[in-house]
Design a protein around this ligand. Structure first.
Ligand SMILES: [Zn+2]
Length: 107
């Protein structure tokens, strides 16, 4: 896992706790310096999900027995697409975690 800036320093984000989140290397790479993304359904450009300011369960749900993330809102869909949260390595890993009883996380 890596500590990343939610609003990148290149966009004026500062290194304060409210602007930092923990991301795996691949999610961090896919996020890059993006702060917005397109909703794949409507095409609307939205701010990416902010784990410091927004509630995960309002924007996302686990589907496919916990193997995949479903965007409940435009923000959820845009973030899922931008960070490729259902990439095959993650889905394969989640299936193994589900069978081990480690996933999905209990709210
Ligand atoms: Zn990740």
């Amino acid at each position: 896992m890596e500590i990343d800036h939610i609003v990148p320093e290149a966009h004026g984000g500062t290194t304060v706790e409210e602007n930092l989140w923990l991301a795996c290397t691949m999610c961090n790479l896919y996020k890059g310096d993006q702060t917005t993304a397109n909703d794949p359904l409507g095409g609307e450009v939205l701010a990416l999900f902010n784990p410091r300011a927004q509630e995960w369960s309002e924007h996302f749900a686990w589907v496919d027995h916990g193997a995949q993330i479903f965007g409940l809102t435009a923000v959820g869909r845009a973030t899922t697409a931008a960070l490729r949260l259902n990439r095959s390595l993650l889905v394969t890993s989640r299936r193994k975690w589900v069978s081990a009883g480690w996933h999905p996380p209990k709210a």
